[in-house]
Design a protein around this ligand. Structure first.
Ligand SMILES: Nc1nc2c(ncn2[C@@H]2O[C@H](COP(=O)(O)OP(=O)(O)OP(=O)(O)O)[C@@H](O)[C@H]2O)c(=O)[nH]1
Ligand SMILES: [Mg+2]
Length: 190
């Protein structure tokens, strides 16, 4: 995908402030620190337009990136452990769930799962929520640079068990592996 124009359109936790344009959007979802913002930076060809950190709990709002004045890519806060209060994590989860259930423009979700570990209960619940809401899902098995080739079969099998037939792609923000396939999937959605 050629990025001709890129704007940070909106950062908010308040659904009333989400963009009202007719554009479709694709969001990235996953537990805190799994690499959502890194995946967006790789797709967008920018180092840190989506801010990243080694500490879980970096992305604290729903962040809309307007691509080519045509569609949005949306960075979400994570679920699961984060270096913030339980109250704030609960708030994020409410906002994520409401967004996934109700957002009309949401045409698909790239769901990140850490390739090094079996999907967590929370991952399984999130994928269940997405599929239950009828959202097309592409699972990105991320940080693929950190597992040996021999670990891929296990990673694939574990996630395919809960992915409901959705496509699964190995991804690495380090090497760029998988970015092309994920772009292709996004373009088919928007
Ligand atoms: N080796 C490797 N490290 C990665 C990869 N993707 C992300 N990381 C690292 O993982 C950490 C978390 O990355 P983020 O992109 O901030 O994760 P996030 O899911 O947006 O995290 P929150 O915003 O806190 O929910 C950072 O230290 C990244 O450098 C990857 O593909 N490979
Ligand atoms: Mg983030």
């Amino acid at each position: 995908m050629k990025i001709r124009k890129l704007d940070i359109a909106c950062k908010t936790l308040d659904p009333a402030r989400f963009p009202r344009s007719p554009w479709a959007e694709v969001a990235v979802s996953g537990r805190s620190n799994v690499g959502k913002s890194s995946l967006l930076n790789t797709l967008l060809g920018r180092k840190n337009i989506a801010r990243i950190s080694k500490d879980p709990g970096k992305t604290r709002s729903v962040n809309f990136f307007a691509v080519n004045d045509r569609f949005y890519l949306v960075d979400l806060p994570g679920y699961g452990y984060a270096k913030v209060s339980a109250e704030l994590r609960g708030k994020w989860l409410d906002v994520i769930e409401g967004y996934v259930r109700a957002r009309e423009a949401l045409a698909g979700v790239v769901q990140l799962v850490d390739a090094r570990h079996p999907p967590s209960k929370d991952d399984e619940a999130m994928i269940g929520l997405l599929l239950g809401a009828g959202r097309p899902v592409c699972v990105a098995l991320t940080k693929a640079d950190k597992i040996p080739r021999s670990g891929r079969t296990r990673a694939l099998r574990d996630v395919e068990r809960i992915a409901g037939g959705s496509p699964v792609v190995f991804f690495s923000a380090r090497t760029g592996e998988g970015a092309k396939e994920i772009w292709k999937w996004i373009e088919e959605r928007v």
